[in-house]
Design a protein around this ligand. Structure first.
Ligand code: CTP
Ligand code: MG
Length: 380
């Protein structure tokens, strides 16, 4: 199955709100453009030609770093101009298949790509995914309302597939003064038979700001649980850091950093859920820059790794194990501090404490132990 794809990404995303154009924004930890380019390369598209606005070539290289088999072409003022720029840059024979896809439709199931290529291989002049219109349609004009029969009406999506020669010939015949809103329109106009294959709700186009949240929810996620454990020895001092709170005490915990065993256990729990090693890998005790460091930084680093993977922390639970100091008077402050560090609601943060009834090193008051569990969600 050989085919190439033009991914149009030269628009300005004016309806999607302030900030960078929508194709460059992050969706679950990955740039919108990268989502469909990865799928297309994985489905065998050779090459994928990404069409961007002038000056955005480097941004494309940045968001597609590490992927092989794509190149960039500068687009035009309208989507149709961008498609034509891509077609000109495409060095493919007339019989070869080309797909044209909106970068603004990041969630592209590989099965749709296969079905499109099959439809054109089996003789259609063009193929597109489309969904039947489910809502009742109304037309209003001059205060009058009419109900439009939805029978035979479809919502067209992309990618759309054609033989290169068919599409080029259709563009030759297309009137100069008209701007098509998709590529099938050009082939239809030239009398081509364009076939519908089943569309997919995930192929929704990111158009308005609220569409991003909807797309995020369509991304399959896995739940992961990590655990962490830490111990520090008591030594001379007048206060101890526990779960980000300084607790007055007649001793302190000894360690390279601030020795906050609660935050260390929690950091390890998050790293464990990511299968990303342990706190020592990320902040080696041999490195002098972490001497006396606030453990807030370790926890924020681990939370940052979850965010960078497009994930989120769902819930954390820390247990402090010691005879002294009494934790209960400080428990709410600890929950609030951890919730603030992780940007979680308070009811997603649990801090508990227990003694070991005088048994073991914690019972003999030689040290304090902490254990933690973190539940996270990651894109599957
Ligand atoms: N597109 C393009 N070149 C243009 C205009 C649009 O390559 N001159 C691309 C967009 O980047 C997008 C796709 O065509 O991937 C669909 O267009 P649309 O959703 O309308 O995106 P924008 O034109 O960027 O957004 P808006 O219309 O809200 O400005
Ligand atoms: Mg547009």
């Amino acid at each position: 199955m050989t085919f190439s794809t033009l991914v149009v990404a030269a628009g300005s995303g004016s309806r999607a709100g302030d900030g960078e154009a929508k194709q460059w924004r992050q969706l679950a930890g990955k740039a919108v453009l990268r989502w469909s380019v990865e799928t297309l390369l994985g489905a065998g598209s050779a090459p994928v030609i990404v069409i961007v606005a002038a000056g955005m070539e480097a941004r494309a290289a940045e968001v597609l770093a590490g992927l092989e088999g794509w190149r960039v072409v500068v687009g035009g003022a309208t989507r149709a101009d961008s498609v034509r720029a891509g077609l000109q840059a495409l060095a493919a024979g007339d019989d070869e298949i080309v797909l044209i896809h909106d970068a603004a439709r990041p969630l592209l199931p590989a099965s749709v790509v296969t079905a499109l290529v099959e439809a054109v291989t089996s003789g259609a002049d063009g193929a597109l995914p489309a969904l039947p219109v489910a809502d009742t349609l109304k037309r209003t004009s001059d205060g009058e309302m009419q109900t439009v029969d939805r029978e035979g009406l479809w919502r067209a999506q992309t990618p759309q597939a054609f033989r290169v020669g068919t599409l080029a010939a259709a563009w030759e015949a297309w009137p100069d003064d008209k701007i098509p809103t998709d590529d099938a329109a050009v082939v239809e106009y030239n009398g081509g038979e364009v076939r519908i294959i089943p569309g997919d709700a995930r192929l929704m186009k990111l158009t308005y700001p609220e569409d991003f949240a909807m797309a995020e929810q369509m991304i399959p996620r896995q739940t992961r649980v990590g655990s962490g454990f830490d111990v520090h020895r008591w030594g001379p001092g007048g206060a101890v850091w526990l779960c980000g709170v300084e607790v007055p005490h007649d001793r302190t915990l000894i360690g390279h950093s601030d020795a906050d065993a609660g935050l260390h256990a929690l950091t390890d729990a998050i790293l464990g859920a990511l299968a990303a090693g342990d706190i020592g890998d990320h902040f080696p005790p041999s490195d002098p820059q972490w001497k006396g460091a606030s453990s807030d930084r370790f926890l924020e680093h681990a939370a940052g790794l979850v965010a960078a993977r497009g994930g989120r922390i769902v819930h954390v639970d820390v247990t402090l194990i010691c005879e002294q100091p009494k934790i209960k008077p400080h428990r709410e402050a600890m929950r609030e501090r951890v919730a603030a560090l992780l940007a979680l609601p308070l009811d997603a943060v649990s801090v508990k404490a227990t003694t070991t009834e005088g048994l073991g090193f914690t019972g003999r008051d030689e040290g304090l132990a902490a254990q933690a569990v973190a539940t996270i969600e990651l894109p599957a």
